[in-house]
Design a protein around this ligand. Sequence first.
Ligand SMILES: [Zn+2]
Length: 409
Amino acid sequence: MSSPHQDFGEQFVRLTLAIDEHLPGYVDAYFGPKEWKIESKQAGIVSLPNLTDRVNRLAADISQEDGLDPQRRDYLARHVTAMQMSLRLLSGEKVSLADEAEAIYDIRPEWKDESNFEEAHKLLEEALPPGGSLRERMLDWKRSLEIPVEKVKELLPIVIKKLQMLTHQKFKLPDDESFTVEFVSDQPWLAYNWYLGNSKSRIEINTDLPLRVSFIPGLMAHEGYPGHHTDLSIKEKKLVDELKYYEFTVNLLNAPSAVMAEGIATSARETLFTDEELEQWFRNEILPYAGMSHIDPKRMTAVNNASRKMGGVSGNAAFMLHDQRKGEEEIIQYLQRYDLSSEQEARQTIRFNSDPLNRSYTFTYDVGYDLLEELFRGVDRDHYFRRLIEEPVTPSQVREWIEKKHQVN
Ligand SMILES: [Zn+2]
């Protein structure tokens, strides 16, 4: 016997698995009942009109069901809206990138004015060591931070141990959680967390581009503690094991949950450390261990904080690629000019944005980060971070919390 609430989760999961048959990778991770997956494979490709009917019916059922927890209803409804858009795109419909992102991610991205990036450049003028043009200085600085993969492998256990301990102090990590780290190549991303279920993940780090010492704590916070691995393993315990919300046995890339996931991951490092604490860690442990004590951690913070203001450049590149139909060379020049990237990095950005699953994904990082920083401002950050990793949450839900926060103050 199953409750109708459980049925919503099951119907939801079965639909995502059916869409995955059309668009492999749509389901990023699935760790629910094995037979649902087997049955979906056996059913093979279901026609898009049939799937659309089923998704529309589920949307209607969710809106009419009494007694659903409001946050769960909001989560389910907005994820079904995202599914409806994915089906339209699969049917070949042409949709603007902002409309697509609004339906899929529950955010409305906008073109970012270049004056934002120029402001970042001014800060970088101050922060970077002297040299040639600003871009040359940036590329020289990045080169000075490069660290061999072998050294990264030695450093990782130290970094992971500390992040895990600090995360454990603040949030309720499942007792049996753990992850492995593997090094891979030829991928459009820098690192990836594959969630395997039962509180386990496999984190992959891509070695196509040089790794930098400055990345390491932030990267492991993003993918591991208290980012993706922490988020998914706590949600599995709280929402799947305890509440039987089966929609949380599936992790989707093209859904509002992706904004929450990347928002959580991009603000993970700052949830554990202030800039000063991070600098101290670099100065006392990480840099000496890497044999790079000549690097000034204060400069590292200043460059990172300035670089964050260039975050919208990749979103603009997505608008240029998909809406404005600009050629690759023009976009590469734009990226090099405004986010001061190397040609190799710029090509990697375009490669990422060109993937059908990632067309508008790039917005999840910056918009997710900005949204959560607005939520955390002036309140107990850990309290809200905990709610984000323990509850069904969408960007709309966060905007509602922000609204309430302003009413109280
Ligand atoms: Zn991520």
